[in-house]
Design a protein around this ligand. Structure first.
Ligand code: SAM
Length: 280
């Protein structure tokens, strides 16, 4: 089966460099082929959690675990899950201007701001920054002289619909702000888990995410996954020889990805399977 990367719908309110909503159709078939029903689906590197939300809202899985080490990403998810209606009011009312961008950028780094304020600032910067990169600049620049302006990716109606929808599923979404290694080490095998991992890229991750992975982290993750005989997992990565070597004893397939944050990385990625998963 071809691994298609175009999602039928987007449910995540976040724009994410390398977002994997497009893998959800494939993951849904993979779950079906492996007779994994009503599972708890875990994303240890969730970011925008596009695939997780698609699978949940399409009822392919019973519940999802969204984990990300990035505190700001966690604040965002925490706020929309626990306070979705207040969040929607803010989305509807916020000014889409460079002045507001400067204000939100200050809140983003203010240690005294509340979780909700920081969660909203994260969302605001994600929707108004170039390619959604949190430490980047606003779309259109500070001077707003280009054709695309700061509001180009801030469709209030579409975004509030997504946030409202996620709020409806709050009891089936489990949120964590852990190091992926800690999360993985504590998975209880008695539960019906399925894990999809999308770690930071080997190349370029430093420019894209606030938390990137070192070479040692990639090695550690491989040694953890390669030796875990009972976890059911799939893993996606950049198509990189170093990674392929780390997983040389696992089945690995290439797939195409539409990637907007960085033209250089447009192209093929790889997906790697645990031995106890039938691939399709
Ligand atoms: C490739 S992105 C995930 C994108 C996601 N699949 C999506 O569709 O939006 C990798 C994510 O891993 C997070 N991350 C980096 N190091 C981590 C760690 N040690 N534990 C958990 N999350 C981590 C980053 O903050 C980033 O959000």
């Amino acid at each position: 089966m071809e691994i298609i990367t175009k999602p039928s719908r987007y449910y995540s309110p976040l724009r994410y460099p390398g977002g994997k909503a497009g893998l959800s159709k494939y993951l849904s078939v993979l779950l079906e082929v492996n007779s994994i029903h009503q599972c708890r689906y875990v994303e240890p590197f969730a970011g925008g959690a596009g695939a997780a939300l698609n699978l949940l809202i399409n009822e392919d899985v019973d519940s999802i675990v969204i984990n990300d080490l990035d505190k700001h990403i966690y604040y965002f998810w925490y706020s929309i899950i626990n306070n979705s209606e207040d969040f929607i009011e803010r989305v509807e009312a916020v000014n889409l201007s460079v002045e507001e961008w400067v204000k939100q950028k200050q809140i983003f780094t203010d240690p005294n701001a509340s979780i909700f304020e920081k969660g909203f600032a994260t969302f605001f910067l994600n929707r108004t920054n170039r390619s959604g990169i949190l430490n980047g600049g606003p779309i259109g620049g500070m001077e707003q002289r280009s054709e695309w302006k700061i509001d180009a990716r801030f469709n209030r109606e579409g975004l509030t619909e997504r946030i409202h929808k996620i709020g409806l599923y709050k009891n089936r979404i489990h949120l964590e702000n852990k190091n992926a290694f800690e999360l993985l080490s504590n998975i209880d095998l008695k539960n019906n888990y399925f894990i999809y991992l999308d770690p930071p890229y080997v190349n370029k991750a430093k420019d894209l995410y606030l938390n990137h992975f070192t070479k040692d982290d990639h090695i550690l993750l491989a040694s953890f996954l390669n030796s875990s005989k009972h976890l059911k997992w799939v893993l996606s990565y950049d198509n990189d020889e170093f990674i392929k070597k780390l997983y040389k004893n696992r089945v690995c397939k290439e797939f195409n990805i539409n990637y907007s944050a960085d033209k250089v990385r447009k192209g093929k990625e790889i997906i790697i399977f645990s031995d106890n998963i039938l691939q399709c």
